[in-house]
Design a protein around this ligand. Structure first.
Ligand code: PMV
Length: 323
């Protein structure tokens, strides 16, 4: 019988950008995110006798995605071997569906590896805590460690496999409005972009230091339920991430002209008394945070720039009954 899990993407308010350990995916600094309530990935894992296979959205996945899945399953099989389970050598059939628009840059690797970690651990007979599932998901994609967690998560950078994991943090109610823009920005994967930034950006050290400080300030702002401070920290931090990336050689630009227009519009909203703050990941789409009651007004103001979706905080990864 297959094990099935469902996980949602997350959007970071304090970003992860840079690895201290490429193999274990230990980040140079901690990060903090909101798990979304839509665009879930549902993944089923069933042990088989043939070879590993991976089907994504109804078609056989490409060689790159299949090999990333096998490398990840090898980690799960290693854990099964350590636990003395007789599943340790079994290949698996993995079938995955994304509810979000494919390749719209909405963190599908985070929901994907969070769902895969949860389903695969169950299929191989491992009994892992949420913390240990978060550590496992981290090995597939760093940001996936945070999608194990309900609502808001802090990923502690740690200094080893055992100490680098995400856990819940409480934060005031807020909404996110994503704006999926039409711009086709040149695609540099986050993996490659992080390496280029580390190796060539002169501001890398400053970026690490400011991220450590920003996370401390963000945790304090969450504890104080200070939405304004959370928003200000989020927007400034996003600009700092893009600045350190832009300063790579050759330069990397994830934001498109329309992304900057949206940042301008969000600033204009604040001038008009509509409190909203913007952030963006490694791509041209912009995500705006606001109070839940303001989400409709915010979405209306940015609708001319792209397709908008409004999110509330969502659940962490969980097993679901096979259909
Ligand atoms: O987990 P990755 O390797 O896809 O990296 C995610 C990087 C950002 O989305 C830009 C920031 C973050 O913390 O999610």
């Amino acid at each position: 019988m297959a094990s099935v899990a469902r996980a949602h993407p997350n959007i970071a308010l304090v970003k992860y950008w840079g690895k201290a350990d490429d193999e274990l995916i230990i980040p140079v600094a901690g990060s903090m995110s909101m798990t979304l309530d839509q665009f879930a990935t549902t993944t089923s894992v069933e042990l088989t006798t043939g070879i590993d296979s991976f089907e994504l959205n109804g078609t056989v996945a490409d060689a790159n995605a299949t090999s990333r899945t096998t490398v990840f399953l090898d980690l799960v099989r290693e854990l099964a071997a350590e636990a003395g389970l007789d599943t340790a050598k079994a290949p698996a059939t993995v079938i995955s569906h994304n509810e979000g628009p494919t390749a719209a840059g909405m963190a599908s690797s985070a929901s994907g590896f969070a769902a895969l970690a949860t389903a695969a651990a169950d299929a191989y007979g491992l009994q892992l805590s949420t913390k240990d599932l978060s550590r496992l998901a981290r090995r597939g994609s760093g940001s996936a460690s945070r999608s194990l967690i309900d609502r808001f998560a802090v990923w502690h950078a740690g200094h080893s496999d055992a100490t680098s994991y995400a856990e819940a943090i409480s934060a005031p109610e807020m909404a996110m409005v994503s704006v999926t823009v039409n711009a086709r920005a040149k695609k540099v994967s986050s993996r490659d972009g992080m390496v280029a930034t580390r190796d060539t950006s002169p501001y890398y050290r400053a970026w690490i230091d400011t991220t450590v400080d920003t996370l401390d300030e963000m945790i304090a702002a969450c504890a104080a339920e200070d939405f304004t401070r959370i928003g200000e920290l989020t927007e400034t931090h996003a600009h700092r991430m893009h600045a350190v990336i832009n300063a790579s050689h050759p330069p990397i630009r994830y934001l498109a002209p329309v992304s900057w227009q949206i940042f301008e519009e969000v600033s204009a909203m604040r001038d008009d008394g509509l409190e909203a703050y913007a952030t963006a990941d490694a791509g041209p789409n912009v995500v705006i945070i606001c109070r839940p009651d303001d989400a409709a007004a915010v979405a209306a103001r940015v609708a001319p720039f792209g397709q908008t979706t409004t999110f509330a905080p969502g659940p962490g990864a969980q097993l679901v009954d096979p259909a």
